[in-house]
Design a protein around this ligand. Sequence first.
Ligand code: GLN
Length: 537
Amino acid sequence: MQTKYLFFTGGVVSSVGKGVTAAATGLLLKERGFKVAVQKLDPYINVDPGTMSPYQHGEVFVLDDGAETDLDLGHYERFIDIRLSRVSNFTTGQVYAEVIQKERHGDYLGGTIQVIPHITNEIKRRVGLVAKTTGAEIVLVEIGGTVGDIESQPFLEALRQLRNEFGRENVFFIHVTWLPYIGATNEIKTKPTQHSVAALRSIGISPNMIIARSDHEVEDGLRDKIALFCDVEKEAVIAMVTTPVLYEVPLLLEQMGVGEFLVDKLKLNATKKPNWKPWKKLVEEVRKPKPTINVALVGKYVELHDAYMSVREALKHAALARGVEVEIGWVHSADLEKGRGWDIVKSADCILVPGGFGSRGIEGKIQAAKYARENKIPYLGLCLGMQLMCIEFARHVLNHEDANSTEFDRSTSYPVIDLMLEQRAIADLGGTMRLGLYPCVLKQDSKAGKAYHEQQVDERHRHRFEFNNAYRDEFEKHGMVFSGISPDGKLVEISELENHPFMVGSQFHPEFLSRPMRPHPLFVGFVKAAANRKGIK
Ligand code: GLN
């Protein structure tokens, strides 16, 4: 079967949920029995999304193969419940780097290298890789940014060309826009949508569908207007009114006929009828009033909640499974060092310390871990959060006051967290992170073992430093349990406290594998401990 392509472009403004829309559309198709894959094209020049500031770009989402990608890939994986790979995300920087490398190598035999065709060809090659590597029947491709951005032009041009190469009947353009509301006149405006469609058409792309986000109800007449001015069928004008329940988006798109419309227009043969029961139940559960547990999330990028997107979603998934609402109190760890923010920590039912890099705010997180240990407050440490939990233990239980990670203090006399010997050699060469899926063997009678109910699991990693094996015995003698270990016994994957309701840290990032229908066991264990502590039935 010829692969079908859905290309998602954005208009008017960014941050209107293009990623969620693409993810939810993917689910509509998966539910009809199709094998789908998703790809995000990022028009910025950075070569490596892994080095981008979470402040500007939100979290770095890590895949099984260790690719460090845009957070939209998290939406795709969570909604569609698929596992993506490296080919599912690329940037302008990577495209140029590849073309320039080939030029240096003499591959173009002295020809003049241009945006068209050299850059666009490389973009097209990478788009083609998705179907080739996954065997997907339908590939959804989202282009970051909005139409009119200088950076996105080569991408749009490449997609325009692909429409001819793949055949018009196999390509479908979905344009996601925003309908602003003018309070003074109590009106919703379609003009910006018209302008963005005009911009898209000026480069040769006519959208086949317009999904217009709005914070207010959209009257039918406005859909007529958009259809008329933007030259799309009325059934293809979808008014997406903002919902507070993220996981309702697929249901809303389904209600508005998007799934059937796509099947019809792309001449697809659905092999299955969608089963929305689990999703409806999920949304009902979200809507039900429930007792609340408060989580103090002690982090570094707390001003931008997107920096902890997957952590937040994983908490929500686990809370739903336990029948509670989760409220996150955002605490800047550097504030704790100055005596601020403790009210949030002390009134919380549990404390979560997520991953992070660099020394700012480290001591605040260690203080939060100390508070959790001493007061028997459920604690979940993710990667850095696990490392700091071990440093705290070394300092205050084992009385090694100087204990630290060599990431923060190279000359510490008690390097609890350190680079592995093998890593030191490559550290000098620059490439050092342990990235992607690695196995972890669980100790059965431990909290982690009980949470997972499994012998061995694979989890996603993104870190340089490891627990220093020289101290394992001493830790174990004093009540730390290493409940998850690599199969060769060399790497500590999970550590937990013996005499504590739930103080667990993982060297990996469980949040990346949590799904709305399959909450992550460690998050479930954590939320359960908090709910039990609060006496919630
Ligand atoms: N900075 C720590 C390391 O590199 C932790 C990384 C993380 O939390 N992702 O090992």
